[in-house]
Design a protein around this ligand. Structure first.
Ligand code: HEC
Length: 133
């Protein structure tokens, strides 16, 4: 192979790697898992099933640990969404998730549903900040 060809292939490959990174499939996957965790919690409420709520809360907390998935590249440059903001939001979500379970275990469905809404508004307020929807 000529040096030019080798270089060309290398440039092509690094281009793919960059495109991959920009797409952020892992981040999106984590967000999608978060959405599933929220649906699970809601299902637990509606079927009045403590174990389902427990699973949803557990999954929500695991996904919330992936702070990096809360950051959209480029946004931080504008000074809107910093790592600190994402960390704070994930901390809130984790605390609220625990509170949902405590309320549900006590039989306080209304308070549990309130906690769920609080988490949902955290999701939405960040989305509004990072992507305007
Ligand atoms: C601190 C910020 C932040 C919080 C809080 C947050 N998200 Fe996200 N979310 C993001 C970012 C960043 C994206 C990706 C935006 C992009 O690249 O366009 C995203 C995208 C998503 C998507 C779309 C994924 C796709 O494939 O298009 C879903 C679903 C989602 N989030 C669910 C949730 C849920 C559920 C919560 C709350 C439990 C939540 N998010 C909380 C930052 C956040």
């Amino acid at each position: 192979m000529k040096l030019n060809t080798v270089l060309g292939v290398m440039i092509l490959l690094s281009g793919f790697a960059l495109a991959q990174e920009r797409f952020q499939p892992d981040r999106m996957k984590n967000m999608q898992d978060m959405e599933i965790a929220m649906s699970t919690i809601q299902k637990g409420f509606l079927y009045n099933n403590l174990n389902v709520v427990k699973n949803g809360v557990k999954d929500l907390k695991v996904t919330a640990l992936h702070t990096e998935s809360f950051i959209k590249e480029g946004v931080s440059e504008k000074g809107i969404n910093t790592l600190a903001y994402a960390k704070k939001e994930t901390e809130y979500i984790t605390k609220l998730a625990d509170a949902i379970l405590v309320s549900f275990e006590k039989g306080d469905r209304y308070e549990a549903a309130n906690g769920y809404l609080k988490v949902l508004s955290k999701c939405l307020s960040c989305h509004q900040t990072v992507r305007s929807w």
